[in-house]
Design a protein around this ligand. Sequence first.
Ligand SMILES: O=C[C@H](O)[C@H](O)COP(=O)(O)O
Ligand SMILES: C=C(OP(=O)(O)O)C(=O)O
Ligand SMILES: [Mn+2]
Length: 450
Amino acid sequence: MSIEATDEVLAGLEHWRGIPAAHQPTWPDIEALEAVTSELREWPPLVFAGEADSLRAKMAAAARGEAFVLQGGDCAETFAESTADRIRNKIRTILQMAAVLTYGASVPVVKLGRMAGQYAKPRSSDLETRDGVTLPVYRGDAVNGHAFTAASRTPDPERLLRAYHHSATTINLIRAFTQGGYADLRLVHDWNRGFMSNPAYARYEVLAGEIDRAMRFMDAAGVDFDALKTVDFYSSHEALLLDYEAALTRIDSRTGDPYNTSAHFLWIGERTRQADGAHVDLLSRVRNPIGVKLGPTTSGDDALALMDKLNPEGEPGRLTFITRMGARKIRDVLPGLVERVTADGRPVTWVCDPMHGNTITSPSGYKTRELATILDEVRGFFEVHQALGTVPGGLHVELTGDDVTEVLGGSEEVDDAALASRYETLVDPRLNHQQSLEMAFDVAEMLRGN
Ligand SMILES: O=C[C@H](O)[C@H](O)COP(=O)(O)O
Ligand SMILES: C=C(OP(=O)(O)O)C(=O)O
Ligand SMILES: [Mn+2]
């Protein structure tokens, strides 16, 4: 039997249209946009409501300290790079990190890709000027092209259809890799052994040796590794383009409740988190687990207003606060926020994004971040939660599985001169494969209280 949504629920899903929405593209042809969204409404969901429900339960476990969330992927996915190799490398990196963190945390790691839909970006400025020529800024492949020409930078709603297709092929490959044997723990462990064979990482030898012994113990004790071959791997992106997100919002026939079927987990960005804003309104009406980015200016009242809107009943796992304070501020700003939220009593899952508060311009002019500063914010996150007796529930990272040079530092040091050699991101700098694994070893030590 299929349960239909009530008229009130259906009307509610249109409510955001009456509220000004920040960071939406100026589409030149509204009729073309409407034609695209009507088409999208007819296309199949990319994820299923039941999967979003199981992720919600896992996010709830992370809030209680019974799991740890690892959310990672590009700042902005691109159509050109949604290739099998790039996707596989990202999945492999996240699985490698997860294996190390599982050992460090002694709890399951909830794996969430910033993948299969991360195609739209909020930007600081609407315009970009190069050599005296001013054009609209690049807003992600779902909106316009990165090439600096008027034609490419004009928002084109047909790109929403391409974003859907690239999301579908990406999630298809994610499902194939994570259900088809590629996630075999023995294989993942061997990849990490390869990483450790580089003398640059000698300082992680003790931890790596322990993991190795744990694997041999499991083997000797008769653990069925074949049964561990498949892992749950969820998709997520910033719910920014409301026309797209609304078109992928569907009624779950099991319950009559709306779900956003463009991804398992959606988050609201720092720039669009106004409690009375259109983004919060639309996401308040779907049942998926939801995140909100909280920057250093977030007040306790802001956080409580978001809880009132997005999780009034205090359902476990429904709401994640992804803090991105900056390494210099986190120890000052986070405690007050955590105390206010904790005093309220409704649960939230606390996740640390150590990327977005630590962006700098290098002397040679690249938008970059330093690995040491990123790790310092994660350390601050753990310190604050440990001091307050609350739970550091996870990590949110911009990373790639490739050997790019976008973030400074690491044991195989990337310096300012090296940034030019493989700086490929179109928006924010990502940890490369080695830096990501180094972070995992470092955070595993933090999780164990070292
Ligand atoms: O990913 C986050 C933001 O979209 C990004 O940092 C904005 O970058 P900008 O300040 O270059 O516009
Ligand atoms: C836009 C992003 O972050 P924030 O909203 O925290 O600035 C992002 O995660 O890429
Ligand atoms: Mn970013």
